[in-house]
Design a binder for this molecule. Structure first.
Ligand SMILES: [Zn+2]
Ligand SMILES: [Zn+2]
Length: 290
């Protein structure tokens, strides 16, 4: 069974619509895919319809932008109740913070002499409901200022670069609590990838586990073999669920093809069982025809 538990649609910074993403996952031979757009559940309804149509299992999730001891940490929230008001209110604050940040970054770029207008941005991200730095990066590519998203981040958009603007992020410990209270399953995304590695040591994981963290994403392209074995060992000692995923963004990020990293069936079972035990109304959907 091929299971990929971390993908993005055009609702956040991927390039395919939720329905097309789910269809592409089925066409790629995946049996279960999770849709985990940044800070929103807006793609869920469309993804469910597509999953039921093609008979692929769909796990509904969110990748939440959080912060722990000053460092950015991404938290995957699987199967929470999308009607949970406290969770949605916090997601709303994150999205609002990102939306205020984009005009501020465009203004910095204009100060640098780059014609980065809101109208030009709208042309590169017409269908995106959550805009952010990747879209500004795409605009810089479109304007011929840089060759690709990576260069845009390295030269302008990364923390400390000329057009970087800080923004609101949820506190990681509180967000784990919110996800748990919304009867979802919290898994730290690519913990030893960009940015968060220095703060997420074993003591930190123990603290997070105490706050309700259920799992850790180990098999991710940001992690080399040593990082994976280190994280797997920590997960084993703390009895955390271990996941693996592509972090697919469509054509927006190269090398992250659907199913390039996968999660073991027994680990998915632990996620589904935990959500069910919490009384989550958001189970696995779309497998009826298999
Ligand atoms: Zn991430
Ligand atoms: Zn992601």
């Amino acid at each position: 069974m091929t299971i990929d538990l971390h993908t993005h649609s055009s609702v956040s910074d991927g390039t395919a619509s939720p329905a097309d993403l789910v269809r592409a996952a089925a066409a790629a031979g995946l049996e279960v895919v999770a849709l985990t757009d940044h800070d929103t559940t807006a793609g869920w309804v469309e993804a469910v319809a597509a999953a039921e149509e093609c008979g692929i299992g769909l796990v509904r999730g969110i990748e939440v932008s959080a912060r722990y001891r000053g460092a950015p940490v991404h938290l995957l929230a699987y199967l929470p109740d999308p009607r949970d008001q406290a969770l949605q209110a916090e997601l709303g604050r994150i999205v609002a913070g990102r939306e205020e940040r984009v005009p501020a970054m465009l203004a910095r770029l204009r100060e640098l002499g780059i014609p980065a207008t809101e109208a030009a941005l709208a042309e590169v991200s017409p269908s995106n409901r959550v805009t952010g730095r990747p879209h500004v990066a795409d605009l810089l590519v479109r304007l011929g200022v840089v060759a690709d998203r990576d260069e845009a981040f390295a030269r302008y958009l990364a923390d400390g670069k000329a057009a970087y603007v800080d923004r609101y992020a949820a506190d990681l410990i509180s967000m784990i609590g919110l996800v748990d209270a919304a009867r979802g399953v919290a898994v730290v995304a690519h913990p030893w990838g960009r940015g968060s590695a220095p703060v997420l040591d074993e003591r930190a994981f123990a603290e997070l586990a105490g706050a309700g963290l259920a799992g850790v994403e180990v098999d991710h392209l940001d992690h080399d073999a040593a990082a994976r074995s280190g994280l797997r060992a920590i997960a084993g000692r703390l009895d955390l669920i271990v996941t693996g995923s592509s972090d697919h963004h469509g054509t927006g990020k190269t090398g992250h093809g659907l199913g390039c990293e996968t999660t073991a069936p027994g680990q998915l079972r632990r996620i589904l069982d935990r959500a069910a035990a919490l009384g989550s109304p958001t189970g696995l959907v779309g497998r009826a025809r298999r």
